[in-house]
Ligand binder design. Structure first.
Ligand SMILES: *Cc1c(COP(=O)(O)O)cnc(C)c1O
Length: 373
């Protein structure tokens, strides 16, 4: 088997999506499944759709194009406000995009008119996360401007929490967002079909007994992929946390004695957690490093302790004296480690548990669009 590799269990991703979709449905909330952490991997995206997600959310056009080229025909929303330089691709491959700039929305409209289509616009509202968003006091005026731009249709509003700033989406913040949505619905006269309340950090609120107001969608990545709620990092009951496993290979296994710390002249070396001096222990060198993954986001197997890492090596201590060169270590990843690992060119993905009848096929965005009309 090729190493390093990520084993992806599609059955667990389908299960997690289905569980969240079913529990949120009873609250009147649909699920947009966010694929950015897996770089728009088509089979993983399809597992999310098979689990009941109504739409995919992506932040990067390269990933959207990957999904379309593999033959995914489901609606895709660009959830990062589009680059002006990419408006044509956005209109070509995405049904809707999340926006905060009139200049961009105008150009999206121009691009849509050239393609004789209409592009959906969701306006992102700044609710305290201090990332992309229109200030609440300006949202009504911006919505009115969007309604006057040819080639685009205002489809709704969205909020984002606990991503950059620490704003946790509690009942009061969500009630405030719902009020904004209701006011714009009244004022703008457009259908405003989507009121997207946030991301995985919203799940404690969404699955709890708080009133949902007019919020009818969440954009979920981390909870589906890893089964955890990002603010507390705690496991969401009923979800699988091990859909992804990183498997890396041992390239050295030796009993070594740590040198005396006095011999460390370089502070970086002194910072290495080499353990008590002169204690003999089995050290393994694993062929994966900082260039491939966020080392601090790894969970090591029982009996293995982290000692240090370089760009290309991870050094661990182990009580498992049977581990040999060529052996494999199975590691669990948090969200940050997962997204880096999925984007790493030297890490292969191995897909397991694919019982979906869907098979990726190679098509261009243009082929796809013409097949859809
Ligand atoms: C990344 C992202 C999400 C998904 O966040 P998770 O915490 O992975 O659920 C949702 N919305 C936007 C705008 C994002 O950028």
């Amino acid at each position: 088997m090729i190493t390093p590799r990520i084993e992806v269990d599609l059955g667990k991703i389908r299960h997690n999506t289905r569980f969240l979709v079913d529990h949120l449905k009873s609250q009147g909330i649909s699920v947009t499944a966010v694929t950015k952490a897996v770089c728009g991997h088509p089979e993983i995206a399809q597992a999310m759709l098979d689990g009941g997600a109504i739409e995919l959310g992506e932040s990067r056009m390269r990933n959207v194009e990957r999904l379309r080229k593999a033959g995914i025909t489901a609606p895709i929303a660009l959830i990062r406000t589009p680059m002006l330089s990419q408006v044509d691709q956005v209109v070509q491959c995405c049904d809707t995009s999340y926006n905060t700039e009139i200049a961009v929305i105008t150009r999206l409209g121009d691009a849509a008119l050239r393609k004789k289509s209409v592009h959906g616009i969701i306006l992102m509202v700044e609710m305290g996360d201090m990332r992309d968003g229109i200030m609440p006091e300006n949202i009504e005026a911006v919505a009115a401007q969007v309604n006057a731009i040819p080639g685009v249709a205002l489809k709704g509003i969205g909020a984002n929490y606990a991503c950059l700033g620490g704003a946790v989406p509690d009942a009061a913040k969500m009630a405030a967002f719902s009020t904004i949505a209701r006011e714009i619905k009244g004022a703008s006269g457009s259908s405003m079909e989507t009121v997207s309340g946030g991301n995985s950090a919203n799940l404690p609120w969404a699955l709890g007994h708080h009133p949902k107001g007019c919020i009818n969608n969440l954009r979920l990545g981390e909870a589906i992929l890893l089964g955890v709620e990002p603010v507390s990092g705690s496991h969401i009951d009923g979800l699988c946390t091990d859909a992804f496993t990183l498997i890396a290979e041992v390239i050295e296994a030796k009993v070594k004695t740590a040198p005396s710390s006095a011999s460390f002249t370089d502070p970086a070396l002194a910072a290495l957690q080499l353990g008590p001096e002169n204690v003999r222990s089995v050290r393994l060198i694993i062929a994966v490093g900082k260039q491939d993954i966020d080392i601090s986001g790894l969970t090591l197997p029982k009996g293995v302790t982290f000692l240090g890492a370089t760009s290309d090596h991870m050094v661990v201590g182990t009580v498992r004296s049977h581990t040999r060169v060529g052996g494999e270590l199975r590691l669990q990843m948090n969200y940050s480690a997962l997204m880096r690992a999925m984007a790493a060119p030297d890490i292969t993905n191995v897909i397991k548990g694919n019982t979906s009848p869907w098979k990726p096929e190679s098509r261009s965005c243009d082929d796809l669009r013409s097949a859809l009309v």
